[in-house]
Design a protein around this ligand. Sequence first.
Ligand SMILES: Nc1ncnc2c1ncn2[C@@H]1O[C@H](COP(=O)(O)OP(=O)(O)O)[C@@H](O)[C@H]1O
Ligand SMILES: [Mg+2]
Length: 279
Amino acid sequence: MASASQGNSATAAETARQTRMSERTPATTPTEVSVRFEISNLDFYYGAKQAVFGLNLKIPKNKITSLIGPSGCGKSTFLRTLNRMNETIRNTRVRGQILLDGQDILEMDVVALRRRVGMVFQRPNPFPKSIYDNVAYGLRINGYRGRLPDLVEHSLKRAALWDEVKNSLHKSAFALSGGQQQRLCIARALAVDPEVLLLDEPCSALDPVTTAKIEELMFHLKDSCTLAIVTHNMQQAARASDFTAFMLDGKLIEHNETSKLFTTPQDPRTEAYITGRFG
Ligand SMILES: Nc1ncnc2c1ncn2[C@@H]1O[C@H](COP(=O)(O)OP(=O)(O)O)[C@@H](O)[C@H]1O
Ligand SMILES: [Mg+2]
């Protein structure tokens, strides 16, 4: 499926682009930036069904990497392999290697791994607790010994939520709007100071104004964190990320700097997808 439809009535712009395409050099993985995750020959199975095929990818430090591709292509599955969240699903199997700062994540203590690699999901999922206790939760279970109120405040500030909630920290998290709940979940994930934050379609349930807030917050988080984000929204990938990886049918088709991937895709399937010919 999904080969670029040839023989469409090519517009002038398309023709110009095709000319430029033929002059291009092959895509390269970013080597000039340091790497946080190095994924090699990754296969993933749900029972007998293979969902990820031989995936190779380097995720650079202190950058935002977007994963794009049509629904069901394996984006969430791949993202969940990075903190072994798939292990919570029965009868799954992973093959290949995932190195985090050079260390094999399959050999790590899984709790320690998830402290280093936090995750935020599509639907905000605050705990049925106060705003304060949501953020303090991870710190408490990790036996944090510092001053909790200071760290809760710091985390809420990093998640660009502090000003909106500082006078209602002991109210239920469910009293917040959807966008505030999502930022609360980001604050909760940030409280344990992860090196990496995985975000699986974090804005798909949010309005455009709130989406813009989350994108701005991601931009600021780059200084202290590496981000990998699954997005269904190509404009979001183009606006918000430094690198973009395009997946199709469980395979990584192309990975490049975002500006290059969107202006000069190397693979006809990438081009077909980003120009809206399928997906
Ligand atoms: N828990 C699961 N059990 C069995 N198959 C699954 C499960 N989750 C996802 N899949 C399958 O794996 C493939 C990839 O799904 P997913 O990673 O959710 O794709 P995406 O996030 O790109 O929409 C799909 O064919 C999907 O049906
Ligand atoms: Mg998904």
